[in-house]
Design a protein. Sequence first.
Length: 147
Amino acid sequence: MQVNLLSRPYLIRFNYVVMGYYHQKILEDLTFSEALERVKAVLKKEGFGILTEIDFKGVMQEKMQVSIKPYVILGACNPPFAYKAFQAENKIGTLLPCNVIVQEQAKGRIEVAAVDPVASMQAVGNKALEAVAGEVDSKLQRAMDRL
C-alpha cells in the first residue's frame, strides 16, 4: 500500500515502513544490546558484514558533552554487491556502506532504520547501478522482515 503524506512517498510493507530514503522497524520488549545483536545477526544472514560500528551516543557525549539515548550506526556491506556496484560506478564508495541505525526510543522500544539503497543510488543516474541497488534493497528488506 502506498500513500503520500506531505508529498513524501511512504510505503507500508509487511511490518515495517519505507520512509522515502530509509526502511524503519520498531522492536518491542528488547534491551538496546539485545536489539543491536539481533540486527547484526539478521544482516549477517543476508550476507552483510559490519565494517563500522559507531557509538553515536558516545561520540556526542565525548565531543559535545551532551547526553542522548543509545544510538549506534552500523556500516553494513555485502561484498559481492559492493563489487558489482563498483564495477558499474567507480565513485560508488562515496555512498557505501549501507548505514543501519539502531536507537532507543524508550526502555524496551528500539527503532531500527536502514538506508534505502534504491533511493540513494537514484542520484547517480546509472541504470546498471540501479539494478544492483534493487538487489541490495531486497536483502535489506528481508533482514528487516526477520527482525
